[in-house]
Design a protein. Structure first.
Length: 177
């Protein structure tokens, strides 16, 4: 009887693992688990980020926003350049964080706004340093921070699409002036 229960347990465990890895099959979601083979060949390069492994198509390699990963360096740069800090807080194995990175932060309009108006930094909430006054209630979380005062100007929790961020950038334009 114990052997039958053990076999059932192992079978259920394997099925659960297959279900977990099936989230990576969503079209447009570029990350693959180590045990999964792609259904179509992907030609690209892998880039390691503190919180995630991003598989970027070679033709799009320069199209996604390249976040920095050291908050202190970003703070100093933002002060020098008089630009707000765009802080993205993620967590390892967060599918919504990956989707945000893979979809929103590859949109040319978003990338251009980030490059021109902000200094972007991405941190893992469980591994990396970021200011203790930032209360992360969920991931992904985005904070726009005044580089001189450290005050949070805007906070966005969860996955939001490109149009949402474009609207938030417009709101920030009115704050800046």
């Amino acid at each position: 009887m114990k052997k039958i229960i053990f076999i059932i347990y192992i079978t259920l465990l394997i099925q659960a693992e297959d279900n977990i890895f099936s989230i990576y099959k969503v079209e447009g979601y570029n990350s693959l688990s180590p045990n999964q083979e792609s259904t179509k060949p992907i030609q690209g390069t892998m880039e390691q980020n503190n919180s995630s492994l991003i598989l970027a198509n070679t033709s799009q390699k320069d199209s996604y926003y390249k976040f920095q990963t050291d908050y202190d360096n970003v703070l100093n740069q933002a002060k020098r350049e008089n630009r707000y800090i765009f802080l993205l807080v993620t967590e390892e194995f967060c599918q919504w964080c990956e989707k945000l990175i893979d979809i929103v932060f590859q949109d040319k309009r978003i990338v251009n706004r980030l490059k021109s108006d902000y200094i972007g930094v991405m941190v893992d909430r469980n591994k990396d340093f970021y200011p203790s006054n930032i209360g992360v209630t969920g991931v992904p979380s985005v904070f726009i921070i005044n580089q001189n005062t450290g005050k949070i100007i805007m906070n966005m929790v969860g996955y939001h699409d490109v149009d949402f961020y474009l609207e938030k950038f417009k709101e920030m334009d009115s704050v800046k002036h």
